[in-house]
Design a protein around this ligand. Structure first.
Ligand SMILES: CC(C)(COP(=O)(O)OP(=O)(O)OC[C@H]1O[C@@H](n2cnc3c(N)ncnc32)[C@H](O)[C@@H]1OP(=O)(O)O)[C@@H](O)C(=O)NCCC(=O)NCCS
Length: 346
């Protein structure tokens, strides 16, 4: 263990201004290494996000300070989700400032994370790495962690987008209007439909999960409301475009994006899904085209759209490749047994 530096457990909702400032600074230092062209996250966004963490997310975060306690040099956190599913899992993240790597600090934080997860009866740790900072993958390989799911963050440059293709897909989509109808929720979901909406969001379970030992997740209306509150507090503007089958009134699929005025040139594309009984009718293309058309008109500043896809997600990659998405960075999800981690640490 490296004990020359002071370690604190941060009170995330009630940290001091100095702690929030130092935390935001190290988050942005590592963000700059990973995405040098992107703007930094404003202090206010980080602070508001942490102060509004949902009650079902039990996040423990340790910080390591330099010798005169003026700069945070590392941060490690573990999320213990208080949900009905995945009680065996704990998700963690460690960042060490580039000037302080290879001194055992990452290992020290991993020890705190593994002990907290074990004390909470968790069995499996999950984290992700990317190829922009290869040290993350080196650390995981040293631990003997297993690659659970390999994917990429894919990016569409709007300057490369063929706007005629979007118009074609919208026209193709119009052929479905006798059977299906598009709709939009901007910002928060309608309160009176939350039960149907959480059933629609269950589509997230149909993405490939590779070798990850994870159970299906079913978000509850109460959890969704808390997630929306945190999103709003950090300035995330969510847009959902959905398709309804007219005869039954049932949701057939949806797509979601997040735009934030703190990084107006980047649109984050989240989940897109169509229930199996409605596939093969062009609804996925219709949803994506309607979303892009709408968001580009609403936010003409957007220059990039980014999305994370499993490399095995052939259906989604087909649509994204047609739109012109290209690999931006890798995204590997790793899993490891806590027993194995403790063995490595000892
Ligand atoms: C990954 C990261 C946290 C490692 O922090 P660190 O303080 O340098 O790690 P440590 O010094 O404790 O090293 C832990 C082990 O990984 C190995 N390791 C770390 N970086 C390595 C590298 N670049 N190449 C090869 N091995 C490396 C160390 O040799 C050590 O192995 P050992 O137990 O045999 O001595 C740091 O590089 C970082 O912040 N990266 C960006 C964020 C990230 O990718 N995090 C990983 C996901 S949680």
């Amino acid at each position: 263990m490296n004990s020359q530096y002071k370690t604190d457990l941060l009170d995330l909702k009630n940290a001091s201004d100095k702690e929030y400032f130092a935390l935001n600074k190290i988050i942005n230092a590592v963000r700059y290494e990973r995405q040098p062209d992107d703007p930094p996250i404003p202090l206010e966004e980080t602070t508001n996000q942490l102060k509004n963490l949902p009650s079902f997310v039990d996040l423990k975060m340790w910080c390591i300070w330099n010798k005169d306690h003026s700069e945070m040099i590392a941060q490690g956190n573990v999320g213990l989700m208080r949900t009905e599913e995945n009680k065996h899992l704990a998700q963690f993240d460690i960042i060490v400032h580039a000037d302080y790597r290879r001194q055992g600090i990452g290992k020290q934080l991993l020890g705190l994370i593994a002990e907290a997860a074990k004390a909470d009866n968790r069995r499996l740790l999950l984290t992700d790495t990317n190829d922009r900072i290869p040290a993350g993958e080196a650390f995981m390989q040293r631990l003997g962690a297993q690659r659970g799911l390999e994917g990429h963050v894919n990016q569409l440059r709007i300057s490369d987008l063929d706007h005629n293709l979007i118009q074609d897909w919208l026209e193709q989509g119009q052929k479905n209007v006798s059977e299906f109808e598009l709709g939009v929720w901007d910002g928060i979901y309608p309160q009176e439909q939350l039960q149907e909406i959480v059933a629609l969001l269950d589509l997230t379970n149909q993405q490939p999960f590779g070798d990850l030992e994870v159970e299906e997740m079913h978000i509850t209306p109460e959890q969704l409301v808390e997630m929306q509150k945190m999103d709003a507090a950090r300035g995330n503007q969510r847009c959902t475009v959905y398709v309804i089958e007219k005869t039954s009134g049932k949701f057939a699929g949806y797509t979601e994006t997040v735009w934030n005025a703190n990084r107006p040139e980047i649109l984050r594309q989240d989940m897109t899904g169509v229930f199996p009984q409605y596939r093969g009718k062009g609804l996925g293309r219709w949803l994506k085209a309607a979303m892009l058309d709408r968001q580009l008109k609403l936010h003409p500043e957007i220059k990039f759209v980014r999305t994370t896809n499993a490399d095995t997600n052939a259906a989604m990659l087909r649509i994204n490749n047609e739109l012109g998405f290209k690999p931006y960075m890798t995204s590997i999800l790793w899993q490891m047994e806590i027993g194995q981690v403790l063995e490595y640490l000892n």
